[in-house]
Design a protein around this ligand. Structure first.
Ligand code: 48H
Length: 256
């Protein structure tokens, strides 16, 4: 006979163990879009203890929606090695542009990151950072439904050696640090410079240069990197996101 209470107990026990496991980790990633998932995979693959928090119910950020709802993404030649690493199928459009299914890519990035050992928690928002001795040393997390309901409920804290802001256009973690910490970032203005209008070619090259430590302990990748350092947007081409995720994993690993 199947037992209702056993099912609940199994989930509660596993869930509590998971939460306990992730209160002190090597790396926290805020945001489960293409760049955050790629970073999670490359860190976990090298045995780094990494947890990724995603505010939404689903993973993938802006990727599953493809371009204007057509479920496809374009990936340029220089990023094909990453699609291959994730076993994503792709078809050439011409010599430079390749097309992948946005849902398949989302599913495979997610599965590979988890298989490599990354812990991924959805429905959790990073609402603040831990700032001690002028260094980001973790994040403050709250359950998304509590956040959405606007309830006055205190959050929990996760300590880490590095935090990666992979929150996309909003670059929310970095903005929160500036707003609340009153700190000066490693940017031209000392603050979040802000995303510039569309310029695909420049956006896709500068995103790699913008993938870096923006404040001691805090790294930016993906669209957040261009938003923080003032790079342009690029539309539904995703090579830059994958390359940036891989690059931030490399830089963070070096810093540990
Ligand atoms: C937890 C959070 C929080 C938070 C947000 O937007 P994303 O897909 O980010 P990237 O940078 O990996 O990819 C960007 C790409 O999808 C895109 O938008 C492109 C290429 N645009 C070009 C253009 O011209 O428009 O994913 C970010 C994720 C989302 O899933 C959010 O829900 C999540 O981060 N998130 N998670 N705590 N505080 N804020």
């Amino acid at each position: 006979m199947l037992d209702e209470v056993k099912i609940s107990s199994a989930i509660i026990e596993k869930g509590l163990r998971r939460m306990r496991e992730i209160t002190r980790v090597d790396v926290v990633i805020a945001g489960g879009g293409p760049s955050g998932l790629t970073a999670a995979y490359y860190l976990a693959k090298d045995n780094i203890n990494v947890v990724l928090f995603e505010r939404a119910l689903k993973l993938g950020g802006g990727m599953p929606g493809g371009g204007n709802g057509y479920p496809f993404i374009v990936v340029q030649k220089t990023a094909l090695e990453i699609l291959k690493e994730f076993d994503v199928n792709f078809t050439p459009y011409d010599e430079e542009y390749f097309i992948a299914d946005s849902l398949e890519t989302t599913a495979k990035l997610t599965a590979k990151a988890i298989d490599a050992g990354a812990k991924i928690l959805n429905l959790i928002s990073c609402e603040d950072v831990v700032l001690i001795d002028d260094r980001v040393q973790g994040v403050v997390v709250i359950s998304t439904p509590i956040e959405m309901a606007g309830l006055h409920v205190d959050p929990l804290t996760v300590r880490s050696k590095a935090v990666i802001d992979a929150t996309g256009h909003s670059s929310e973690v970095t903005r929160t640090l500036v707003k609340k910490g009153g700190v000066r970032l490693n940017t031209e203005t000392g603050g979040v410079v802000g995303e510039k209008p569309m310029w695909v070619d420049f956006a896709e090259t500068t995103i790699i240069e913008n993938t870096k430590e923006v404040y001691p302990g805090l790294f930016v990748c993906g669209m957040a990197a261009n938003a923080v350092f003032g790079g342009p947007r690029m539309g539904p081409i995703f090579g830059g996101m994958f390359l940036s995720g891989k690059e931030v994993a490399r830089i963070v690993k070096e810093s540990l």
